[in-house]
Ligand binder design. Structure first.
Ligand SMILES: Cc1ncc(COP(=O)(O)O)c(C=O)c1O
Length: 386
């Protein structure tokens, strides 16, 4: 048989799948998986039923139903004071993942350079490389994950087509500060590059920290693409409804990629998400309050057990260094060890780097019921006490 596409063939099975399989095999409490174990608001579930019964259940408009595009525009205005025209600047996609893919396909020409921060969400690099980009990695260092301005500046060249920015950031739980964003905005303007902004965790943010979308900074309206996710905002990760906001010129181009990728997104889910954005603001702002309490509980308990826990300003991920517990192996070995021996599964953070040399951190996901978190902590306490 002829060789298949070499870029995709070069990526192995994801660590998420490997750890999940191990978790099932050992029947562990799985804090590696990055999704909530409780569904979002009842009203939006009811709206899916209603919309399905009422119909239409045929292809909705390619850019998304007007109701949802209007709701996304209104949400931009309500939270960030952003004025956008819902008809020319908002597009609905099949999850944020599809918005990311469509934006990358719309912008990258083979040979272009793309700047990303690591550790990073696992879909970016395969899509960038498949589109023909040369990926430049800029590493954020634990425990503070501050923006390394010199390294970032050095990563930009005349061939840089775009930067992909994830704030609030998975897996670090970092929220980029206004100063950091201003620095990034300056570079994109100096080098005339685009910015794809993955903001799926925009509402999962703690301690009154403020999320500032890059697109709201001076000079960024024409070059930034802001991407959100109903899956994250409403704890409905299976729905795969995403939305992007950008300048009309970019939107019409990204819409072409979307047209040939999926064309559209289920209309009943779109109606439900529109209802949620317009009417369930309290639900998703309270979600962050509840998550913050879980973060505090987990952080305290892991510290008591002996982990060195990194600060978590947002998202539902917490990173911890386990070397203080006396384990000398890599993060992958640690994850296999606690899965098999302690009955708790966590994720090795090295899997989210381009090269596995930061291999002493593990990621805990805390969007789980208290009894699940307590159960995992009990097991870890017992295991590390012996
Ligand atoms: C940073 C980041 N972006 C995008 C996504 C995917 O969003 P969606 O499910 O809406 O495609 C995730 C999911 O974990 C994520 O962590």
């Amino acid at each position: 048989m002829k060789p298949v596409n070499s870029v995709l063939a070069s990526f192995g099975t994801t660590v998420f799948e490997v750890m999940t399989r191990l978790a099932i095999e050992h029947q562990t409490i799985n804090l590696g998986q990055g999704f909530p174990d409780e569904d979002g608001p009842k009203s939006i579930k009811a709206m899916v039923d209603q919309a399905t019964q009422e119909g239409p259940n045929q292809y909705p408009p390619m850019l998304g139903i007007p109701e949802l595009r209007q709701a996304v525009a209104a949400h931009n205005k309500r939270f960030y004071g952003l004025d956008v025209d819902w008809q020319t600047q908002v597009m609905v996609s099949s999850g944020a993942t599809e918005s990311l893919a469509a934006s990358i396909l719309a912008l990258i020409e083979p040979g272009d350079e793309a700047v990303v921060f690591e550790p990073l969400y696992d879909s970016y690099v395969p899509m960038l490389r498949r589109a023909g980009a040369k990926v430049k990695f800029v590493r954020l260092q634990p425990p503070t994950w501050d923006l390394p301005q010199k390294e970032l500046e050095a990563a930009f060249t005349d061939r840089t087509k775009l930067i992909l920015l994830n704030s609030p950031m998975n897996p670090t739980g970092k929220v980029f500060s206004k100063d950091e964003l201003t620095f990034i905005a300056g570079l994109t303007q100096r080098y005339d590059t685009y910015a794809i902004c993955d903001e799926v965790y925009e509402h999962l943010i703690f301690d009154s920290v403020k999320h500032v979308p890059l697109i709201t900074l001076p000079g960024m309206a024409e070059r930034a693409i802001r991407i959100g996710s109903a899956g994250k905002t409403f704890s409905m990760t299976s729905w795969k409804v995403g939305y992007l906001t950008t300048a009309p010129k970019l939107m019409s181009l990204i819409a072409k990629a979307h047209q040939f990728l999926v064309f559209t997104t289920p209309s009943n889910l779109q109606r439900a998400v529109a209802h949620g954005l317009d009417n369930e603001q309290h639900w998703y702002t309270n979600l962050a309050v509840g998550l913050q309490a879980k973060r505090d509980m987990l952080q305290g308990a892991l510290t008591d057990i002996g982990f060195e826990v990194m600060p978590t300003a947002a998202t539902y991920f917490m990173n911890a260094d386990y070397r203080s517990l006396g384990f000398g192996g890599t993060d992958v070995q640690f994850c296999r060890h606690v899965t098999a021996e302690a009955g708790v599964t966590v994720l090795p953070v090295s899997a989210l780097y381009s090269t596995p040399d930061v291999d002493h951190l593990v990621r805990f996901c805390f969007c789980k019921k208290y009894e699940v978190l307590e159960g995992a902590l009990d097991r870890l306490r017992k295991f590390f006490a012996t």
